[in-house]
Design a binder for this molecule. Structure first.
Ligand SMILES: *Cc1c(COP(=O)(O)O)cnc(C)c1O
Length: 362
């Protein structure tokens, strides 16, 4: 067995080079004799590192100057409440596209903070599998404070690949499982947010990219640490940030730059997804339930024709160093998460294993 390949949906695999660098620097960060976790966040060396991480993210995503980049607490779900509290009044109407499990959680959280959460459309079944209702059928509100959607539903393996740029309200996107996986037109969005543990770094940490004209409207009851305006003024250091997560995320951004940035990642990610879907589609033993136009490039769920073999599949996969393939507890089956840190060799190893398993059991 070579290095194990970790297909966990999140917390997910980190680039090996990043872990090695963190290990090297763990006990003495930049020659200080202490670790980065033991330094004040106000220390000039820490602040320099933190702001460089922000700059690297800005470079990678080509984030325009009129957006604030915030390093927040509370992971992806923390943003489910931060968004309505920060940019909608309590009596507002907000629009949500319901593409799957994470959209659904976001909707239920928004209902606590705004009077009307309008669900514009949802998932539909088609002859070719599950899909998202076509945009011309969406019941969009006239006066929505924002339009929220999740471009990549991590559990369902369902993605909306086109930005719904026809929507007039500011677009808010939960990119927890797709951020940095391919080039993106940031200027089309009002807010992009992501929990860090899929494509960036440690869990409990989140990044919010907020267009400046949306600041200054937080509801009075908003918790100060979740207030975008306060965090923007204080450069995400209103209280002690998660310094370890910020540092590791910075190492991932550096690594991404070395790989050639998001364009290069996008090309590899496409190759990885094509390889896996092509094999699944060619086999009668495995299946993917999603319409080809709506398939996620990051999370590939698949079912075995005989679910009685699931346990055996997982056990043998693990023995070969293919980890974290069990599907989400809500949907069962298998799921291979193939974020930026997963090399092409990992997907090749998975496909070979799937072929062997199929041959043995048909
Ligand atoms: C994982 C995930 C979340 C939840 O993130 P937490 O950090 O656990 O709160 C939210 N949205 C999407 C799309 C996710 O994949």
């Amino acid at each position: 067995m070579t290095a194990p390949f970790n297909f966990s949906a999140g917390p997910a695999m980190l680039p090996r080079a990043v872990l090695e660098r963190a290990q090297e620097e763990l006990r003495s960060w930049r020659g200080s004799g202490i670790s980065v976790m033991e330094i004040s966040h106000r220390d000039p060396a820490f602040m320099q590192m933190a702001f460089q991480a922000e700059q690297d993210l800005r470079d990678l995503m080509a984030i325009p100057q009129n957006y604030q980049v915030l390093f927040m607490h509370g992971g992806g779900r923390g943003q489910f409440s931060a968004v309505p509290q920060n940019i909608a009044a309590p009596n507002a109407t907000v629009d949500y596209l319901n593409c799957g499990i994470w959209s659904d959680f976001a909707i239920r959280e928004a209902q606590k903070y705004v009077a009307k959460v309008n669900v514009v459309a949802g998932v539909i079944d088609t002859d070719q599998g599950r899909a998202i209702a076509p945009a011309n059928s969406w019941q969009v509100s006239e006066d929505a404070a924002y339009f929220h959607y999740c471009p990549n539903e991590t559990v369902d393996g369902l993605a909306l690949h086109q930005i719904p740029s026809h929507i007039k309200a500011p677009l808010v996107a939960d990119m927890s499982s797709t951020i940095l996986s391919e080039p993106l037109a940031v200027e089309q969005f009002g807010i992009i947010y992501a929990g860090a543990q899929k494509n960036i770094g440690p869990s409990g940490f989140a990044i919010a990219i907020v267009r400046e004209d949306l600041l200054g409207h937080a509801q009075g009851s908003t918790s100060t640490i979740m207030d975008y305006t306060v965090q923007a003024q204080d450069r995400s250091m209103y209280n002690t940030p998660n310094t370890w997560a910020w540092y590791l995320s910075g190492l991932v951004f550096e690594w991404l730059k070395e790989q050639g940035g998001v364009a290069a990642m996008g090309a590899i990610n496409q190759q990885k997804a094509d390889l896996l879907y092509r094999y699944i589609d060619s086999s009668a033993f495995y299946s993917n339930p999603v319409h080809p136009d709506y398939r996620s490039k990051m999370n590939v769920p698949f079912l075995l024709a005989d679910s009685a073999l699931d346990g055996k599949f997982l056990q043998l996969a693990e023995a070969q160093g293919l980890l974290g393939l069990k599907g989400h507890r809500f949907v069962g089956g298998m799921r291979a998460s193939i974020y930026n840190a997963m090399p092409l060799e990992g997907v090749q190893a998975l496909v070979s294993f799937m072929q062997e398993f199929e041959q043995k059991h048909t």
